[in-house]
Ligand binder design. Structure first.
Ligand SMILES: Cc1cc2nc3c(=O)[nH]c(=O)nc-3n(C[C@H](O)[C@H](O)[C@H](O)COP(=O)(O)OP(=O)(O)OC[C@H]3O[C@@H](n4cnc5c(N)ncnc54)[C@H](O)[C@@H]3O)c2cc1C
Length: 490
């Protein structure tokens, strides 16, 4: 059996305007299956020897894949019997920390179920059956370890406090469990021990141990779409975006778009659930560079993945401060928690088409472009003056790609409490609309009432009330003094 023995080495060096639903990826299930099988063949090997004894458990968390999964690989080689487990933890379906929104919205819950069904199917093909249990990992994992006499539980390491608390609880409860030691299997006398809990690092493209510095010294630098959950769909999206549609070569030019599936990779939901490995994406970018072309776009996708790594490592460096109102720099600011203003933002009823369209897209699909996220974040915190954590927690509810490090990292940046030296990251709505939606195509897609208005007016209907900050920015646009715009490209 060739399991998850990837040939991929961890990195060791330094639009459409139609209103119909678009599936991401587009392929049907047979085609996706073929892509999965081909990718699996390319990145796995048959040569691994399975020398272990006894039973091991792999506790799946945000690593819902078979390829390039170190926890699964280690559990497999170290055992004769492998039990893969996923715990549907009720705490993930409770409410957010400060403002009581649902912690997991319906769309991400659906995506997760699809990821689990796909993982179960892919494990089944390799002779393994995923056990899906409802309950807390600290109750389930130790009781399974006891029932099966497992010598080791393998899992992927997380970095944020809620996940770390779960890790500590599982570890504590495993200490209460006694199982026969491996050496005593078949021997006349039995010696006992506690099951081991072994974590592996697996969420980033660069391995934590390969960073050229300690994480604590990390430098402070500067209708829509329906995503199909699971590794099979994630690998198919790589195939579609890189190879079939050949879009990787133009990523840098298109990445600031907002409409349709193809202006950016859309890998994030699968990366967040761990259905895609960032190292595998790295390998595929390198293969594309060898077989097709290497240019600034191929470089830029890896650059964005480094941002993702960066926010993960930042969570190690700054701990819980990324969730606190003052952020890592403990900035004091008088934030408002005005419920009406917040709800108008959340529900897409501010009267600003660009904001409302983006917020409608988020609640309808669970996705929003990077450009949109920056714009609505700036609007909430800088134009409305609302507590940034309310926005971050609403994103936590809705996003399919929700990841505590990327979400809170980006929100702290956007609201000026991150470790970003550029403090005032104001995004002028009129300028953003002129640059990224000049024909009002995006806003008209999400706000059909605007379709009747001429294209140049869709983003600027007469009814909108401008905040004083916006009026000031609009004057700047009219002055055509480009250097006055303080917004930054990220
Ligand atoms: C306020 C705010 C909140 C965000 N919350 C999240 C979140 O919870 N989860 C999440 O994955 N991303 C988050 N992002 C980052 C970014 O918007 C998304 O990763 C990106 O839009 C996903 O689309 P894509 O996969 O097509 O990205 P692409 O443009 O194709 O980029 C490729 C990959 O690079 C990574 N990436 C790109 N930009 C960023 C970034 N700024 N920060 C971290 N990683 C990045 C993602 O993994 C992405 O899939 C947030 C950004 C902002 C401004």
């Amino acid at each position: 059996m060739n399991l998850c023995t990837t040939k991929t080495e961890p990195v060791t060096t330094s639009s459409s305007s139609s209103s119909s639903m678009q599936y991401v990826p587009e392929q049907d299930s047979n085609k996706m299956e073929r892509v999965f099988n081909q990718t699996f063949q390319r990145y796995s090997s048959n040569n691994t020897k399975r020398t272990g004894k006894g039973t091991a458990i792999v506790w799946f968390r945000n690593d819902l894949r078979v390829l390039d999964n170190e926890a699964l690989y280690k559990a497999w080689i170290s055992s004769q019997t492998l039990l893969p487990v996923y715990c549907i933890d009720p705490r993930l379906f409770a409410t957010t920390h400060y403002f009581g929104f649902p912690k997991t919205g319906a769309l991400r819950a659906q995506f997760l179920l699809e990821c689990l069904a796909d993982l179960k199917k892919n494990l089944m093909k390799r002779g393994l059956d995923l056990l899906i249990q409802h309950g807390k990992p600290e109750d389930i994992i130790p009781s399974l370890a006891k029932a099966y006499g497992a010598h080791t539980v393998y899992a992927q390491k997380e970095t944020c406090s809620e996940e770390l608390n779960v890790e500590r609880s599982v570890s504590r409860c495993l200490q209460q469990v006694v199982v026969p030691s491996e050496e005593s299997a078949g021997a006349a006398t039995t010696s006992n021990r506690h099951p081991n809990l072994q974590f592996v690092w697996g969420t980033t493209m660069y391995h934590r141990d390969d960073l050229p510095f300690d994480v604590t010294c990390l430098p402070d630098v500067s209708k829509g779409m329906k995503f199909v959950g699971g590794e099979t769909a994630g690998l198919s999206r790589i195939y579609e975006y890189f190879w079939k549609k050949d879009l990787l070569k133009v990523y840098k030019e298109t990445r600031n778009g907002m409409l349709g599936p193809d202006y950016s990779t859309k890998f994030s939901p699968w990366l967040a659930s761990g259905s895609l490995s960032p190292r595998l994406i790295h390998e595929e970018v390198k293969r594309y560079e060898n077989e097709r072309q290497a240019n600034s776009s191929t470089y830029w996708v890896l650059f964005e993945l480094i941002w993702r790594d960066y926010f993960r490592f930042l969570s190690v460096k700054y701990g819980n401060s990324i969730f606190h109102i003052g952020g890592p720099r403990n900035i004091q600011h008088n934030w408002s928690q005005d419920k009406k203003l917040f709800e108008s933002w959340r529900d897409g009823c501010t009267g600003y088409p660009l904001i409302d369209a983006n917020m409608k897209e988020l609640s309808t699909t669970g996705f929003m472009s990077n450009r949109g996220r920056q714009i609505v974040c700036s609007f909430l915190v800088r134009d409305m003056g609302i507590d940034w954590r309310m926005g971050a927690e609403w994103f936590e509810t809705c996003l399919l790609d929700y990841d505590p490090c990327s979400n809170y990292g980006n929100w702290t940046y956007g609201s000026g409490v991150g470790n970003d030296p550029r403090e005032d990251r104001y995004f002028s709505i009129p300028k953003q609309a002129q640059t990224y939606d000049p024909e009002g195509e995006y806003v008209a897609y999400w706000l059909p009432q605007l379709r009747a208005i001429s294209k140049d007016k869709r983003n600027f209907p007469d009814t909108i009330r401008r905040t004083s900050r916006m009026v000031q920015e609009e004057v700047m646009i009219e002055d055509q003094t480009g250097d006055k715009f303080r917004e930054e490209e990220t």
